[in-house]
Design a protein around this ligand. Sequence first.
Ligand code: GLU
Length: 468
Amino acid sequence: MTTAKVVTRFAPSPTGYLHIGGARTALFCFLFAKKMGGKFLLRVEDTDRERSTAEATQAILDGMAWLGLQHDGEIVYQSRNIDAHVAAAQALLDIGHAYRCYCTPEELDEIRAKSRETGIALRSPWRDGEQAEPAGVPFTIRFKVPAGATKITDSVQGDINWDNKNFDDLVLLRADGSPTYMLAVVVDDHNMGITHVIRGDDHLINAGRQSQIYQALGWDVPDWAHIPLIHGPDGKKLSKRHGAQAVTDFRDMGYIPVGLRNYLLKLGWSVDDQEIYTDDEATSAFTLNGINSAPARLDFDKMDHINGEHVKIADNDYLLKGLKPFLDADISDATTSRLVGAMDNLKTRSKNYKEMAKQSAYLLLERPLEITGKAAKPLRKDDAKNHLGALMEKFETLNDWSSGTIHQVLVDYAQINEIGFGKFGQPLRAALTAGNPSPDLADVLTYLGKTETIGRLQDALETSYNAS
Ligand code: GLU
């Protein structure tokens, strides 16, 4: 166990958007660093010049910023560290843990084919230094895999042992002098003082290879935690077929960052039955060995549930701002103030912004409302208009426009007329909401306000709702 101050890193390759799996890795790195009072660093692994783009780097940064995963210090760009990578390769050469390999591509094809046949890992004929080295011939620098075995202890996967016979003598520096991933990661992690490498379990075997390089260089090997992949709801590896994959897809589906953080935390990490975590609770509860070793499945119902709990406790102004892009049109000041008034109610009825947009729709309708089909049915009933007319008169004289008083007016009306609530409640709701989702009737009136309520009732009284 490393005793130095904890330093974690997220090390994305900028070849696309920030994938939800990468985001969860970043979250775990972030939480662990915070929990331990350490640092969370960001390294952009942009050495693959062909596949790395500035747009992808920006998309990853945007995704992290949206999710609230603020890294410490400056961003490290791997491509700027090439001198250090080359120096490390040279050091390995000098101490006999690497060698120059002059094999031609054809020779390598043959060696590889043989290695596949025998099942023995790739060893170059140049490894033992018995042949005189040619001058002016291109060469790669290969790592000389030591004899014996490699063991790592992984906080998620447990103890893992490999027979070194199974590891190829990997290229560290290509013939053009460029470093490979395997070397660059070790050198950068060492120079950044990384104490804990937390990443996807597709890199588990790399931990074996990288441990050998650390040891050859006489450097401390970091602690490892390899996290299983995220699968789709069907248990298959998450792919385009499943729809949402990028963090921004989840943003566009209407999740709020704190909700998604909580969901991602629970997706593959658990210490007890607690499901809803504030950020502070998440930070203090997080442990690496709470990470499950089996792949996690995305579960949108659970995501909605967890997000909904955070919506309930979120700040109203914050929600209003976040909701606006999900509404069909720009909203006027009058409608904005209706949303402000209704927000306490809306946030208990909506698990995400998309739902909140649906739940808000009745507040945003323009007069006269278009009420057709099934939604108009209650307005076609005998007596519907009589009830609306009578109620409108009562509302016109009502000075205290609060939910309690309005509710009392409705109760009294039912009592005096000796009728059930449904008789007038249904046409009233239809006239005010055009069949859109809506809360308790008294609340509908309260949030619409007196002027809009009476306006909508007048419109309904003037319109004939022919069956359609
Ligand atoms: N850049 C690598 C990737 O995106 C991660 C390397 C690492 O975490 O060691 O898969």
